[in-house]
Write a protein that binds this ligand. Structure first.
Ligand SMILES: Nc1ncnc2c1ncn2[C@@H]1O[C@H](COP(=O)(O)OP(=O)(O)O)[C@@H](O)[C@H]1O
Ligand SMILES: [Mg+2]
Length: 570
């Protein structure tokens, strides 16, 4: 046998699941007597374990796997670690069974040993390090059960631990919401199902939640049984007067460049229009402090009043050089307010101060047995979607700020890379700012952000780095894996090596919301609750001819009348 101090040759370390077992073998692994080895090296949070004499005869599924949880008996405590690599440092052809086998383990946390008065408790971090010669085994079922049962009160089940399918995988609800959460993976990996499942588990325990799901693919409407209110572009209103000046400018002049004169005029006239409207209200007996009205104050005003203010200003100007920006602004405001796509914003017949009703409906306060708002954004043009995401996320933040977090709100943002892209020049400024603000400060005021994305590279890294719980699902793209690696704690990066080979509905769960970084499999969602997106079916569409002669006529008519032809959901 090779001497113990033989250098460990890095080249032979298996970093990927080179011989990954079948799913069943994985499930059955470790259920029998755990395998024993001893600690032969400890460096910081990293330990090398030499496995005991070879047992090549045994079932390969019984050997430690990448990502498996190992436990090391370290005297007063049991240290838990993750298998990050394995190797035979000095392979021998003559006597392969005698070759030394080394398992690398990242130390993650420890169990205090139970006493008569105190049960075993798990904590992250290692206070008493293992020493050379300590015995090691694959974590037993009892240990795993104790690990995932931590904080039983506020933990909910979401699936099973891949290492032992008998152990329920749990998340800590407070941690997963208060410090934000990211669900990342290729399209089809099961992200939307994971979101639905996680939220359903949480709702089962906390029926008075306040959850807003921004649903760009119109897929969640049936995922929460009758516990969700579904808003679509026809039932949804977000009056223009709720917009901040920034948002209003982005609606009128996306990108802003070249419109500084118009924007300046608007900045003068909007507060004036707001004050005009308030005067009416105060006549009715509501006294308000007029000086507090700024361009951003969410108080109602009339578009007609804004337009007449522009007209009045125009009346006092003579040279066409001065009147041009006023005319252009007037035109732009008029066009947008008539645009059917913005009907949810400008469509109200009367202008009334319904901020209270809108906030209550949107954030489910009071809950009325429907703790979830699903906002369907599919079928809306992307710039309109950006405005909605911006306004909803800002309202969530501001509402929580002014209510001091009395009714914590969770905001689920699908396709988050579209609203907060990594490239600062892309996307819609106010939307990014609003999401970044929630990511950075939401914890203090009680707003939680859940970001769902298939392109972690394209997602603003500030947001990703603020997500303290990450469910990484199958992810094949190398750059995306790198982005993820940068966002998770070092000790769990080794687990990410199996990202490309994860099965559907499987995830690497890391961060504060889970007791330990682990590979889990989400529970199966009820058939009826599976989020279903509407994608045009080419095979269906191309199987039959459109026989109706008037078909194109109708489309053109709807187009001109600016009435949306929303896709039917079967
Ligand atoms: N936990 C689960 N329970 C039931 N079905 C699932 C689950 N995870 C994934 N699926 C299946 O995988 C398909 C794709 O999942 P989905 O969540 O839409 O993927 P993504 O959102 O990542 O594109 C679903 O339509 C469903 O059939
Ligand atoms: Mg999806």
């Amino acid at each position: 046998m090779t001497p113990l101090n033989a250098p460990v040759r890095k080249s032979s370390i298996v970093r990927k699941g080179a011989a990954s077992p079948t799913a069943e073998a994985y499930d059955n692994a470790f259920q029998d007597k755990p395998r024993i080895g001893t600690v032969v090296s400890v460096t910081g949070s990293h330990a090398l374990v030499m496995l005991e004499q070879d047992r090549t005869g045994e079932d390969r599924a019984q050997r430690p796997q990448l990502g498996a949880i190992m436990s090391i008996d370290a005297g007063p405590s049991v240290v838990l670690g993750l298998v990050s690599a394995m190797s035979v440092p000095a392979p021998s052809q003559d006597n392969p069974s005698a070759a030394m086998r080394i398992v690398e383990v990242e130390l993650i946390g420890e169990f205090s040993k139970p006493t008569i008065n105190a049960p075993a408790r798990f904590r992250r971090g290692v206070s008493s390090f293992p020493t050379l010669g300590d015995t090691v085994h694959v974590a037993t079922r009892d240990e795993l059960t104790a690990l995932f049962a931590i904080n039983g009160v506020s933990s909910v089940r979401i699936g099973v631990v891949k290492q032992d399918a008998h152990i329920p995988a749990t998340v800590n609800v407070d941690e997963v919401f208060s410090r934000h959460c990211a669900i990342l993976g290729t399209t089809g990996a099961g992200k939307s199902c994971a979101v639905a499942l996680l939220l359903r588990s949480v709702l089962g325990r906390f029926p008075n939640a306040h959850i807003v799901v921004l649903d760009p693919h119109n897929e969640y409407s049936r995922s929460f049984d009758d516990r969700a209110v579904v808003f679509d572009p026809t039932s949804f209103t977000l009056p223009y007067w709720m917009l901040t000046f920034d948002e209003l400018v982005e609606v009128l002049y996306p990108g802003r460049a070249g419109y500084s004169e118009e924007i300046e005029i608007l900045a003068d006239l909007v507060p004036a229009a707001k004050k005009m409207n308030l005067t009416g209200a105060s006549r009715a007996g509501i006294a308000r402090d007029m000086t507090a009205i700024t361009v951003d104050t969410p108080t109602p005003y009339r578009i007609s009043e804004l337009l007449s203010l522009i007209d009045k200003a125009l009346g006092g100007l003579d040279s066409s050089r001065h009147t041009a920006p006023y005319k252009r602004l007037r035109n732009r405001i008029y066009t947008i307010s008539q645009d059917a796509r913005y009907a949810f914003m400008f469509g109200g017949l009367t202008v009334q101060d319904n901020l209270k009703e809108i906030l209550g409906e949107l954030f489910r306060i009071p809950v009325h047995d429907k703790p979830v708002s699903v906002i369907e954004l599919g079928g809306l043009p992307s710039e309109v979607v950006q405005v909605v995401v911006s306004v909803v996320s800002r309202l969530a933040f501001e509402f929580s700020l002014w209510s001091n977090g009395a009714a914590p709100i969770a905001l689920v943002c699908e396709d988050a890379h579209r609203y907060a892209p990594a490239d600062q020049n892309e996307g819609f400024g106010p939307t990014r700012r609003s999401l970044v603000r929630i990511a950075k400060e939401g914890r203090k005021v009680g707003v939680s952000l859940w970001v769902v994305s298939q392109r972690p590279t394209e997602l603003d890294p500030t947001i990703l780095s603020q997500c303290n719980t990450i469910f990484a699902m199958r992810l094949a793209n190398q750059a995306d894996q790198e982005a993820l690696r940068a966002a998770v704690p070092d000790a769990s990066t080794s687990l990410l090596s199996c990202l490309p080979s994860l099965g559907m509905g499987e995830a690497i769960a890391v961060g504060e919301g889970v007791p330990m970084p682990t590979r889990i499999r989400f529970d199966a969602l009820d058939r009826d609750a599976v989020p279903r997106s509407i994608t045009a079916s080419f095979t269906d569409g191309w199987s039959v001819d459109v026989e109706d002669d008037g078909f194109v006529d109708r489309i053109v008519e709807q187009w001109r009348a600016q009435r949306m032809l929303l896709p039917e959901i079967e």
